[in-house]
Design a protein around this ligand. Structure first.
Ligand code: SF4
Length: 383
């Protein structure tokens, strides 16, 4: 049997065909969580549901995901630390060859012993959420006093135990003004990966203000400059037009040699935007433009299969359906992987293969997952 840290069976990232295999699978292991975050997609509740996937069903899901060639699996929530079998799930996933990550909530359940056990089980990366540069902003966002301090304590434990640390930050109009302070804070936290989410208005997040297209562009410029200045991964989620921004910026300096269609087609990103691994061989970013249902699949706490956690269209249930079959063949997934079907300017945009706009935001704001990205400032030329 391979060791828990054996990832030798993983395919080369650039060899992954997103029509067959997701680059990352997220399993919301539970909806239970003791925090009450203002942007919570899951609208988490304090207690676990009796209808969550069992340990055995979870093992079967992880085995099937690995069988599809999925390189990265994230155990999310709710708070995955609410599940007593969390370490067993990580260990099973790691033994199949996947890089296992998890996103525990910063509550008293997240102890140094738990992080030690997760590492021993083969955890490749641990993510913590940080949405504000001060206890006042973060704890207001998370709905529980003390979450800010617990996050820093958990970050220290991760460093002491040698667990690669990721920070997740969700930006909305509520906290976009603190980007500069957040950048300084993340820089100090010695992370391998900063995942920056742009709010999708769903769940409790509907109550937070959204940034407009110009504010997105401003954030892109500042994030790109920051990403250029650090050696860790800065990944943008639910704003795929950041990739368009990077391409346009590059064109200004190389005269157009990095046109998306000259970059390998089918959404393969040009070399300057690819990074297979982060610092010390930690998790890198996808070599193609990941979007809902396109290199990405989400399983909720009941086992329902979605193109993304932010796109609430149930396409099956792992209790009865093969996730490989649903990912590869369900009409919603197939449509999401066909940029020619996109409506409005996204459908004619030369960046649609690497971008395509946030399908989740289009759905949240229009009810149509093929509609135009609501907050993109770019106007593609017709014809
Ligand atoms: S128009 Fe649509 S596909 Fe083109 S860059 Fe904007 S969001 Fe992306």
């Amino acid at each position: 049997m391979s060791s828990p840290h054996d990832h030798s069976r993983l395919p080369q990232p650039s060899a992954i065909d997103f029509d067959q295999t997701p680059f990352v699978a997220i399993w919301e292991t539970t909806r239970a969580c003791d925090l009450a975050c203002r942007h919570c997609r899951a609208e988490a509740i304090p207690d676990r549901s009796e209808d969550e996937l069992t340990t055995g069903q979870g093992f079967a899901l992880l085995t099937e995901l690995a069988g599809m060639g999925t390189p990265i699996c994230v155990l999310s929530g709710g708070d995955p630390a609410k599940r007593p079998d969390l370490c067993a799930l990580v260990e099973h996933g790691a033994r199949t060859g996947m890089r296992m990550a998890t996103i525990p909530a910063a509550t008293p359940l997240l102890t140094k012993d738990l992080i030690r056990d997760l590492k021993a089980a083969g955890l490749a990366q641990m993510a913590l959420s940080l949405d504000g540069p001060s206890a006042e902003v973060h704890d207001t966002f998370r709905g529980v006093p003390g979450a800010f301090d617990l996050t820093f304590q958990a970050a220290r434990w991760a460093h002491e135990l040698g667990v690669p640390l990721q920070i997740n930050t969700t930006f909305s109009e509520y906290n976009s003004g603190s980007l500069g302070q957040m950048v300084s804070l993340v820089r100090k936290l010695d992370v391998v990966f900063w995942e920056v989410f742009f709010l999708v208005p769903m769940g409790r997040g509907r109550e937070l203000g959204q940034m407009n297209a110009d504010q997105f562009e401003e954030m892109f410029a500042r994030l790109a400059a920051f990403a250029h200045s650090v050696d860790f991964i800065v990944k943008i989620t639910e704003a795929p037009h950041y990739r368009r921004y990077l391409m346009q910026n590059r064109r200004k300096t190389d005269g157009g040699a990095n046109h998306p269609h000259a970059a390998g087609g089918h959404g393969l990103l040009p070399a300057h935007m690819r990074r297979d691994f982060g610092p010390g061989g930690s998790i890198g970013v996808a070599p193609r433009g990941v979007n809902s249902g396109n290199g990405y699949v989400f399983v909720n706490y009941l086992g329902e299969i979605f193109p993304s956690g932010f796109l609430p269209l149930s396409c099956g249930n792992v209790k009865n359906d093969s996730i490989a079959e649903v990912y590869r063949s369900h009409s919603v997934f197939r449509e999401l992987r066909t940029p020619e079907l996109l409506k409005g300017k996204c459908g004619i945009c030369e960046f649609r293969h690497i971008c395509g706009g946030s399908r989740a935001r289009a759905y949240a704001m229009t009810g149509d997952y093929l509609e135009v990205e609501p907050f993109c400032a770019y106007e593609p030329k017709k014809g």
